[in-house]
Write a protein that binds this ligand. Structure first.
Ligand SMILES: C[S@@+](CC[C@H](N)C(=O)[O-])C[C@H]1O[C@@H](n2cnc3c(N)ncnc32)[C@H](O)[C@@H]1O
Ligand SMILES: Nc1nc2[nH]cc(C(=O)O)c2c(=O)[nH]1
Ligand code: SF4
Ligand SMILES: [Mg+2]
Length: 206
């Protein structure tokens, strides 16, 4: 299978429980909840996206793509390699062949997903970020990272799911400050939830 990739870059994981860890980001093009065009945002199934995932480069097969990810690892040795597979929605393209090819190159593989599409087996870390009004099919994993607040996605709805960590990530945009205060308040009164801030944005990283 071939893959349409928006970008590949090294940075720190800026989100979630693994925040601060060095990673290569593999950002796939395309999402099942938004076209990525501003003209469609108001009618999309997910309307607050902070990411440009339109277009990119086509990789012919898993080996070629895994080579490009490995080439982006910032140091010569392969200690503690992590690939964060994101998008767009990685559930559209990520498959077992790519997982195997990345594992062969020494990467642990984390995925950032909206949880509405089934994932292939073999992932090392699954982060699901639910989008209000869109049914989850990925109902277990390592972290559930809810962008907060969202009308129609009360944190309490997700607490019975089989995740090891529950995080609120303030919705970025015009209301970021107010959303951060609201998320902090929620966590202070609901200790199961941990506040997750987008480290890369405050550091000016990608
Ligand atoms: C761009 S998405 C790509 C992965 C996948 N489609 C998803 O939604 O999880 C990466 C992460 O950014 C989060 N995100 C998107 N827009 C955001 C915003 N405006 N503020 C805070 N987090 C946001 C998503 O919820 C997700 O956890
Ligand atoms: N540094 C950095 N960390 C991230 N964690 C999740 C990201 C994403 O867009 O999925 C992201 C991102 O875009 N940059
Ligand atoms: S599901 Fe993820 S990639 Fe798709 S529009 Fe929403 S935040 Fe962006
Ligand atoms: Mg991002």
């Amino acid at each position: 299978m071939s893959y349409l990739v928006r970008e590949i870059f090294a940075s720190l994981q800026g989100e979630g429980v693994q925040s601060g860890r060095v990673a290569v980001f593999l950002r796939f093009a395309e999402c099942n909840l938004w076209s990525g065009r501003e003209a469609d945002r108001a009618t999309a199934r997910c309307r607050f996206c902070d990411t440009d995932f339109v277009g990119g480069e086509r990789f012919a097969d898993a080996e070629t793509l895994a080579d490009a990810v490995a080439a982006a690892w910032p140091v010569a040795d392969s200690e503690n390699r992590l690939a964060v597979v994101t998008g767009g929605e990685p559930g559209l393209q990520l498959d077992e062949a790519l997982i195997a090819a990345l594992h062969r190159r020494g990467f642990a593989i984390a995925v950032e997903t909206n949880g509405t599409l089934p994932l292939p087996p073999g992932l090392d870390w699954i982060c699901v970020s639910p989008k209000a009004g869109n049914r989850l099919v990925v109902v277990r994993g390592d972290e559930l990272k809810l962008v907060f607040p969202q009308d129609g996605a009360d944190p309490a709805e997700f607490e019975s799911l089989a995740f090891a960590h529950f995080l609120l990530q303030p919705m970025d945009g015009a209301e970021r400050e107010a959303n951060t205060a609201a998320a902090l308040d929620y966590c202070l009164s609901h200790p199961r939830w941990r506040l997750g801030l987008q480290l890369h944005k405050s550091l000016g990283l990608r």
